[in-house]
Design a protein around this ligand. Structure first.
Ligand code: ATP
Ligand code: MG
Length: 510
């Protein structure tokens, strides 16, 4: 941990205020960053973490703020100013240009190497990008590949790498990372942590936003907790435990995150996959019983998401069949799957599931708009408003009203909108892909309670998750995927995180 007594903080923020249309989202927030420290920033969805970061980055203008660097007052009116002061950002929303290559994205907003100052030297640009990627251990990404072609995890890796590009004129001293690991695999996260360690050794300060307790306890030296736009406390990490943090974040104690199963699930088969094959999975066979929760585990790229996509009709079924309530269903599409009672919460919620420019109400009631319209013509706005308010409340959605546009919600709250939508009409089968990614711990507990409640009413649930405690805490059985094959099926009872991880890795070596 850094010795903070002698020197003024590397960066100090105080009196940060910001309101949107008269609603304060930051109230007199203050934060110090010392050289050589990893400073965790935690808080529920909508607490104001990203807003504070955007003020530091000069991309949102504050109502008021005081910033000093090494004791000297500075102003950050635009993003170039932040860059020149040595601040680097990995924002929560990927700001990549999908139509450009990986190399172009890495050097975006910086001078590209040229031939005699005239034409871009593409060879050199790619070489430089390759060097940066390799230095950081990212050797599987082709620098000429279009950004749009990369998986969300790889896109995040490129955004991370971009923040680490060294500039000859200006050495960065502060790195701000807003939920960088949300779409990273375990190995990629480990790599990021090694990078963070070496930055610390160089005397940089790292501000690290995460909803994952285990990460925070692993890498942070100090922690600041925000609630409702205010800073609640800053503490050395040794001085707090997870329960303290949850209390600071939510103002309530959370007894139990994973609600236990209270009634045994039914024995009737609800859904069967028989020798299912799509472009992403091969010969997948399993059964889902009424009221059962089936977890799907596996490493990144093992075909977990593809199982859900196959069931949902998002990928064409090449072979095998899906049997729902004893009847084979063919040629499902995402729309007809919904009509068959299958609800899907996709992994990349913000890009795949939401219409950002529409209201919360619209987004929640989207798949059932027809029920809410009179004779398929006029939308009954009153009904939409009521339904979405009720559903929003059930996932503790923090929005001003169902009329607020989704774009204005915090990241985690955007994700809750899709969850609320899946609850709109209790489905027969619910397919969840990383259901609580980016969701704060209080809301996670709420969502887990909902999942239990829905399954107790008979809905079968299939859940893909990289969060092992979540898989173990909720699932009855766990399917293990590898290379598109279903390689193992185990009961979750008595299974530990370690043994589950071993199953996933062993599966990889088979
Ligand atoms: N452009 C905007 N217009 C109106 N309100 C906004 C805007 N941007 C953010 N907000 C509101 O400010 C509050 C704080 O949002 P912020 O994104 O900072 O939360 P966060 O702590 O980063 O949450 P998460 O953990 O979900 O990412 C939220 O209530 C959000 O709805
Ligand atoms: Mg945020």
């Amino acid at each position: 941990m850094a010795d903070s007594s002698a020197l003024p903080p590397l960066l100090s923020i105080s009196g940060a205020n910001k309101s949107y249309s008269g609603v304060p989202v930051l109230i007199d927030a203050a934060l110090d960053l010392h050289a050589g420290e990893v400073h965790a920033l935690m808080g529920e969805n909508g607490a104001g973490k990203s807003t504070l970061i955007k003020l530091m980055a000069g991309v949102v203008s504050p109502d008021s703020i005081r910033i000093t660097m090494r004791g000297q007052p500075v102003t950050i009116h635009h993003s170039q100013a932040a860059f020149d002061l040595g601040l680097r950002f990995i924002h929560q929303e990927l700001n990549i240009v999908p139509q450009l290559s990986v190399a172009e994205n890495i050097f975006l907003n910086r001078p590209y190497p040229t031939h005699a100052g005239l034409f871009v030297n593409w060879g050199k640009l790619n070489q430089q990008a390759r060097r940066v990627l390799d230095q950081l251990g990212v050797d599987h990404i082709d620098t000429r590949q279009l950004m749009a072609r990369l998986s969300p995890g790889d896109q995040m890796l490129v955004s991370i790498v971009r923040a680490f590009v060294n500039d000859e004129t200006q050495q960065a001293s502060i790195y701000v990372m807003d939920e960088p690991t949300a779409s990273l695999s375990g190995q990629e996260t480990a790599m990021l942590f090694r990078m963070i360690e070496s930055l610390k050794k160089r005397g940089c300060a790292i501000l690290y936003v995460s909803h994952r307790m285990d990460e925070v306890f692993k890498i942070a030296d100090r922690i600041t907790v925000m609630r409702d736009g205010q800073v609640v406390e800053t503490q050395p990490i040794e001085a707090v435990n997870p329960a303290d943090i949850i209390r600071m974040m939510t103002g309530r104690a959370l007894q139990q995150i994973y609600p236990p199963r209270e009634t045994p699930h039914g024995g009737r088969i609800l859904l069967e996959a028989r020798g299912l094959q799509t472009k992403g999975v091969k010969d997948v066979t399993f059964e889902l019983l009424e009221g059962q929760i089936l977890g799907i585990a596996g490493l990144n790229g093992s075909g977990r998401t593809e199982v859900l996509r196959a069931l949902m009709g998002a990928d064409r079924v090449i072979d095998g069949e899906i049997v729902l309530d004893g009847l084979a269903v063919r040629g499902l599409s995402p729309t007809s799957a919904w009509q068959h009672g299958l609800a899907y919460v996709p992994e990349e919620r913000r890009s795949q599931g939401l219409i950002l420019s529409r209201s919360v109400g619209n987004n929640i009631t989207l798949p059932q708009l027809r029920h809410l319209s009179h004779a398929g013509m006029l939308l009954n706005h009153g009904a939409e408003y009521q339904t979405s308010r009720k559903l929003g409340d059930s996932v503790r959605l923090k929005s001003k009203s169902p009329a607020q546009t989704v774009r204005q919600l915090s990241g985690g709250n955007q994700q809750k909108v899709i969850f609320a939508r899946a609850l709109a009409r209790p489905p027969r089968v619910m397919l969840l892909d990383e259901p609580t990614r980016g969701v704060d711990i209080g809301a996670k507990a709420d969502i887990y309670a909902l999942i239990r409640q829905i399954s107790a009413a008979g809905t079968g649930i299939i859940m893909v998750s990289s969060d092992l405690p979540e898989l173990l805490g909720l699932s009855d059985r766990i399917l293990i995927m590898r290379g598109g094959y279903l390689v193992d099926q185990v009961s979750a009872e008595g299974l530990t995180e370690e043994s589950l991880l071993t199953l996933c890795y062993n599966a990889e070596k088979l």
